[in-house]
Design a protein around this ligand. Structure first.
Ligand SMILES: [Mg+2]
Length: 408
């Protein structure tokens, strides 16, 4: 069996999804996602210029050897661009494998470990009252877990994940349009003073059963993160996410010495080598990698197994930049992983997105129901794809009030 060709598509409704389609001499094709948010053309170029010319003629069933060929063969290993490009190939090869076996991917991993996978939604409010409306909106739809982000009184601009307009409680998505980034102004003192009481207010209002998550988005120093984690302990958070910038992994030691609040990190990690210290030293409780940014199913499965040895559970990244192909790959891992925790999930199910990526994966009562179709269980409509073209975007940047650059 041979790979006869591969095509890369860049574009989509509201996002520049980077979709890879690998064709074979037996008519079976596979799909992968290489969407590196706001740097989408780079993995696309890596695929087109270096990887696809080598893929042609390879046996698509040898997904492990092909992964090793590209990873070890690159010499300059790791990094988000290369790992997203490898990830797309790897997802597509697993998709082909599943279709050849006529089985959903979770069966090839070892079958289902659960009936459905718990997901969390993004609740947001420009103030606490709006945030409560937003949480209620998701609870009413059956969600059991929500990430809560709230506007801070006196903060010059909306904080991370916070709706800019009052009343925007349902479909808040950060605007990444344009090559010049939007500037947000951050004030740690105001955040530290306001947020712990706001989180406690939410717990008191909604009771003990709701799973509450909160994302600090890399904004605190090690000492501030330790103090913040200690102050939110009575809230009983499901997790505290990215309390400090992810590069300085020793920063979490101070937090661990002062608090038992569960910590989730890893959405910007690309390989097991970014995760192993945090996992082996019990500095985190949830690992947040995604199949797209961390080298695909083959590599993420290794991270999941390492995490399982140390009682660290999964909480895969699921921002809107992950296409339905990436989310499908994660759904199969979530169905299988013995140490599954939770999945971040934003409803992408617009009619445009459904037309581009037809699929029968489903969300029911806050639980993700994986497709039983062969392979990934998601398709890609090339004629629909012709409607979309690349549009440059950028993450916001963050400055302090005096102009100092800070972490987004
Ligand atoms: Mg996050």
């Amino acid at each position: 069996m041979k790979i006869t060709g591969a095509k890369v598509f860049v574009g989509g409704p509201g996002k520049n999804y980077v979709t890879l389609k690998i064709m074979t001499d037996q008519g079976v094709y596979g799909l992968g996602d290489a969407t590196l948010n706001n740097r989408e053309t780079l993995p696309a170029a890596y695929l087109n210029d270096y990887l696809i010319p080598n893929l042609i003629g390879m046996d698509p069933r040898n997904s492990e050897d092909i992964w090793q060929f590209f990873y070890r063969g690159a010499y300059f290993r790791r990094g988000p661009i290369a790992m997203a490009a490898f990830a797309a190939i790897d997802m597509a090869l697993w998709d082909i494998k599943g279709k050849l076996a006529n089985m959903p991917l979770y069966q090839l991993f070892g079958g289902k470990s659960r009936d459905g996978a718990l997901v969390y939604a993004h609740a947001t409010g420009s103030d606490l009252s709006d945030l409560k409306d937003s949480i209620r909106y998701y609870i009413d739809q059956g969600y059991k877990a929500v990430r809560v982000q709230c506007g801070i009184p006196g903060m010059p601009t909306a904080g991370y994940g916070v709706a800019e307009t009052k009343g925007d409680v349902a479909n808040y998505i950060t605007d990444f349009s344009g090559i010049k980034p939007k500037v947000e102004i951050w004030d740690t003192d105001r955040y530290m003073r306001y947020m712990p009481d706001a989180l406690m207010d939410i717990r008191d209002h909604f009771g003990p059963d709701l799973k509450i998550l909160h994302d600090v988005h890399h904004r605190l120093t090690p000492r501030e993160a330790a103090a913040f984690a200690k102050s939110v302990e009575p809230v009983g958070l499901y997790w505290l996410e990215d309390p400090t910038p992810a590069e300085d992994q020793d920063a979490l030691k101070m937090l661990r010495q002062h608090s038992t609040v569960p910590v989730a990190i890893g959405e910007v990690f690309n390989s097991v080598w970014d995760c192993n210290k945090l996992i082996e030293q019990n500095l985190i409780d949830f690992i947040r990698v995604s199949v797209t940014y961390a080298g695909g199913i083959t590599h993420v499965k290794r991270i999941v197994d390492l995490a399982g040895l140390h009682n660290v559970r999964t909480g895969f990244h699921g921002a809107p930049s992950h296409s339905p192909i990436s989310m499908a790959a994660q759904a199969h891992l979530n169905a299988w992983a013995p140490n599954f925790g939770i999945q971040e999930y934003l409803v992408l199910g617009t009619p445009e997105c459904d037309a581009l990526f037809p699929s029968d994966h489903k969300l029911q009562n806050g639980m993700f129901q994986v497709s039983d179709g062969a392979g990934l269980g998601v398709d890609f409509d090339e004629s629909e794809a012709e409607r979309y073209h690349f549009k440059a975007g950028s993450h916001p940047i963050v400055r302090l009030e005096d102009g100092t650059m800070w972490d987004y």
